[in-house]
Design a protein around this ligand. Sequence first.
Ligand SMILES: C[S@@+](CC[C@H](N)C(=O)[O-])C[C@H]1O[C@@H](n2cnc3c(N)ncnc32)[C@H](O)[C@@H]1O
Length: 245
Amino acid sequence: MNNIYDNENFFEKYSQMNRSVNGLSGAGEWSTLKPMLPGFTDKVVLDLGCGYGWHDRYAVDHGARQVIGVDMSEKMLKVAKDKTDSDKIKYLHDDITQIDFDDDKFDVVISSLALHYVKSFEDIVEKIHGYLKPDGIFIFSVEHPIFTAQGSEEWNYDGNGQIQDFPVDNYFYEGKRETDFLDEKVVKYHKTLTTYLDGLLTNGFQINRVVEPMPPKNMMNIPGMKDEMRRPMMLIVSATNKKII
Ligand SMILES: C[S@@+](CC[C@H](N)C(=O)[O-])C[C@H]1O[C@@H](n2cnc3c(N)ncnc32)[C@H](O)[C@@H]1O
């Protein structure tokens, strides 16, 4: 198992990001995601691509009975374990695409900004449909299809070095994109909005909410944040498993 989060330079820069230093409150999308989360009291939760485990600890702090956080990065999991003192959370070193759980095991599956690293959304949704109990909740954030389409994830600049616009291209050509993130080449997988939303609907889910988070007012003075109003960067979707047993 090998991913960019185990690259020394990348990991070091990631650990300096606001969301890594300040946790959930340092994440631009948190104020949008938080009110979309289901109740966690007595719930069994799976977190795909858990990173430092912020959402796992949040779930336990809000009553979850058991949480499994899956991540393929040893470095990310080491930090997660160091920051966790609850025996209700188990961290699993595994690839999201390789996970295997019993059917009807979880009440909630959460995934924060990890599924754009995975090639097939449909394969994951099929699995989650099985792992979730009937009426279980799947809530995830991903980089927005408008943001991932062209691939560079970089603004176009004018001759004066000012932002001109943001490129959207090759939207319907899904698949691998190589972008510069934290000065490293990072592979992500572009998918269309149809793939995310219709993929849920055709795999037994009912969609509850679809939100494109905007930068929160209290972060607007962070350099570059106002520009985030010019195009969506993330997509957050909450869906209910309409499984019939
Ligand atoms: C942007 S971080 C988000 C971490 C955490 N969910 C959060 O919001 O703070 C993406 C995480 O997904 C993990 N990841 C990416 N691809 C993965 C895969 N195929 N299997 C498991 N984890 C993966 C990375 O190792 C990294 O920890």
